[in-house]
Ligand binder design. Structure first.
Ligand SMILES: Cc1cc2nc3c(=O)[nH]c(=O)nc-3n(C[C@H](O)[C@H](O)[C@H](O)COP(=O)(O)OP(=O)(O)OC[C@H]3O[C@@H](n4cnc5c(N)ncnc54)[C@H](O)[C@@H]3O)c2cc1C
Length: 477
């Protein structure tokens, strides 16, 4: 079995490795300074740059592009030797795959607008025409369910789960518009599931789905954040499901982010992690792991919430922000692709929270190819994705008799520059998001987790980049 799994190496070791890789590997975008902007000097010459953007994921790329187009001198500092952050286009068994964020939709207006802007189309992974659907309960029992029944089950359960979503989130992009949301935010997803009049099969399907969205058990997953995402999906199950898992960007996520960075005219430094941000009245400085100090008039920080605990801030973050950082983001997920020898067709399975493979779907299949399964793991800690036997046993427990030809995984939880997967809110976090959105002096806060709308998604990252770009522009004048 060929494998590729993030190793969870210690931070310093990883940094050394990343830097070596950066030096040795030709990068798609080694420096994004375009000739259009190469002669730009900082508007205020006492700083090295007008703006430093920390992080080269979608939030950072959007902020850099927005500010770069305004003529500011921008530096992007990215810890890894590649762009994209929690989006990572790669190859497995000859196929284009995404280890992280993948699916996009026109109901996700910010990322969709970016695709239109750069003329990028889509490839489809339709959630229809399923030939085999299954659920696995917490006790390991597997049940085949007729595909039509499977889809009716989840639609009905979802609609019951979201029964008050119109009332709670009449304006999804103003999530706190209804004051009742603060009360709702005291509840977990599990609190809501317990109240529903649904069958046992539906409960398994719904809890598996929600475990996936939370990236952890549903007792920790905030109900309000989940309902808000559903509201962004037009308060409608079919529209929401289509937005979730139907369309990928034809060039991969890397294709889009590369275009955005090129457009920014920013200087890009890969393999340059920072560990400190310090500001005074008229200046803000970023300190890299190599103790290089770089100054700017403003900094946009877009690193994942769980990685904040590795950074120093002087002055310290406000106590509200620090409380949020201490709680951290909930989801602890991973992605694994498994190549099966057999062609098992277009399948879908939900596994409940005790099982690692919560969301299993066919990526591609054929008599010669066999089947490639794309599996999203909510709780990566419950299985070692490096353990070939464990992977094989887990997939055989769902599809008895299959033979595994290979697998490839990325565990975002043990990745030092993610320390978690998609940005899911814990109970009580949605109503405190303004605490994280508010700038602090010359420091501006982006990242999908700060978005008003699709905060678990690429769209949220782009939304936050647009917001921080606007905030910095207003601040700098
Ligand atoms: C398995 C998985 C599946 C997903 N599926 C989907 C999906 O289908 N559709 C969808 O829309 N979304 C999906 N998401 C969510 C989506 O990928 C994220 O919400 C989005 O990419 C976050 O973008 P960001 O810019 O906020 O953060 P990131 O992409 O994490 O970018 C932050 C950047 O900061 C860098 N950084 C961290 N620390 C430092 C430091 N000290 N110094 C310098 N740089 C640093 C990181 O390396 C990273 O590049 C998925 C995520 C995962 C993990």
């Amino acid at each position: 079995m060929s494998k590729k799994v993030s190793t969870g190496v210690k931070r310093r070791d990883f940094l050394a490795g990343a830097a070596t890789l950066a030096a040795a590997t030709p990068l798609a975008v080694s420096s994004a300074s375009s000739s259009r902007k190469s002669d730009i000097t900082a508007r205020n010459t006492k700083h090295d740059y007008d703006v430093i953007v920390v992080g080269g994921g979608f939030a950072g790329a959007t902020a850099a592009r927005e500010l770069g187009l305004q003529g500011y001198k921008i530096l992007i500092l990215e810890a890894r030797s590649r762009l994209g952050g929690r989006c990572y286009t790669s190859k497995f068994a000859g196929q284009d795959i995404e280890y992280g964020g993948a699916w996009v939709h026109w109901l996700q207006p910010h990322v969709w607008a970016e695709m239109q802007r750069y003329g990028l189309g889509v490839v489809e992974d339709p959630f229809t025409g399923l030939e085999m659907t299954k659920i696995m309960k917490n006790d390991g029992t597997v049940k085949n369910i007729d595909p039509d029944k499977f889809l009716t089950n989840i639609r009905d359960a979802f609609e019951k789960f979201n029964h008050d979503v119109w009332e709670m989130f009449p304006r999804p992009y103003q999530p706190l518009h209804n004051p009742k949301v603060k009360e709702l935010d005291k509840l977990s997803v599990r609190d809501r599931i317990k109240t529903l009049d649904i069958t046992e099969d539906q409960r398994v399907q719904l809890n598996s789905f929600m475990t996936l969205y939370g990236g952890d058990t549903t007792d920790k997953f905030g109900l309000a954040g989940m309902l808000k995402i559903y509201a962004c999906g037009a308060w409608n199950y079919d529209a929401f499901a289509d937005a979730e898992t139907h369309y990928r960007i034809e060039t991969g996520t890397m294709g889009l982010i590369t275009k955005m960075i090129e457009d920014s005219g920013a200087k890009l430094r890969l393999a340059t992690p920072i560990y400190r941000i310090e500001q005074e009245t008229d200046d803000i400085k970023v300190v890299t792991e190599d103790d290089e100090i770089i100054s700017a008039a403003a900094v946009v920080i877009t690193v994942p919430l769980n990685t904040y605990k590795n950074l120093e801030f002087a002055p310290a973050l406000t106590k509200e922000k620090q409380a949020f950082v201490n709680e951290g983001q909930l989801s602890k997920g991973a992605k694994i692709y498994i190549h099966l020898k057999q062609n098992i067709g277009r399948v879908f399975a939900f596994c409940d929270e005790n099982h690692p493979f919560n969301w299993v779907q066919t990526h591609d299949y054929g008599d010669e190819l066999g089947t490639i399964l794309s599996i999203t793991v909510a709780r990566s800690s419950i299985m070692d994705l490096n353990d070939d036997d464990a992977v094989e046993n887990a997939i055989q427990s769902l599809f008895p008799g299959v033979e595994v030809l290979g697998s490839a995984a990325w565990d975002w939880n043990s990745d030092p520059y993610a320390m978690g997967a998609w940005p899911a809110y814990r109970v009580g976090q949605l109503s405190r998001i303004p605490d994280m959105q508010t700038p602090q002096g010359r420091l501006f806060f982006g990242g999908a987790f700060t978005a008003n709308g699709w905060h678990e998604f690429i769209d949220g990252a782009v939304e936050s980049g647009l917001r921080t770009g606007k905030e910095v522009k207003e601040f700098l004048g």
